[in-house]
Write a protein that binds this ligand. Sequence first.
Ligand code: CA
Length: 241
Amino acid sequence: MTDVRLHLLIIEDDEHVRRALREALQEYAADVSEAATAREGLAMASRQALDAIILDLGLPDMPGLDLCRSLRAFTQVPVLVLSAMHDEPTKVALLNAGADDYITKPFSSPELVARIRAHVRRFTDRRNGTSPVRLRLGDVELDLQQRLATRAGHPLRLTPTEWTLLRVLVTQRGRTMTHRQLFLAVWNREYGDASLHLRVHLTHLRRKIEANPAEPRYIVTDPGVGYRFEWPDPASSTTSP
Ligand code: CA
């Protein structure tokens, strides 16, 4: 992955931020295209083969949320949103509009690049139909395809809902799934209070797979936003063909 050059698009009206991003990203083996407006960004995104799009939430010609939705109408490449704000309702709205991640300004370049690469890797796996099927989380071993689990070598029973929840989270690893998105993905419907329902299932699941369910390491909570599966050491997992 390290020697693969990424092609990224930055949509940001602030020239200084754009330049800082370009310099940071070029240093980490990326080719960078730039757009100063949402319209320009949409036109470039529809013409170019991109690995990821980084967009600023405050653009002069279109709200960031609308831009996310417009991009999602024709592309599935990872979209990362840069914002000076980081309130929870905004994050939830962005994720529901199809963004993959949000980064608060000022950002750290190595962290930004690591997150871009994680999203690009997940996107590539999904496109190629290669998603992890066997995971080792401490003393817990999971086979998502066979639906087999052990803890310290002893059989571990997960309910069908827990397996589905786990599979959705693993497929979307590194990406916070909102309550609404998880509910739609697992139950294929929206409930009024999805978060309570989810919390019950996630509590059971964490008790089974986390070493310390009170301080989960794999299924982490993004407070007020949703849940995210943190990718363990890739060497401890294998993927399906
Ligand atoms: Ca701006």
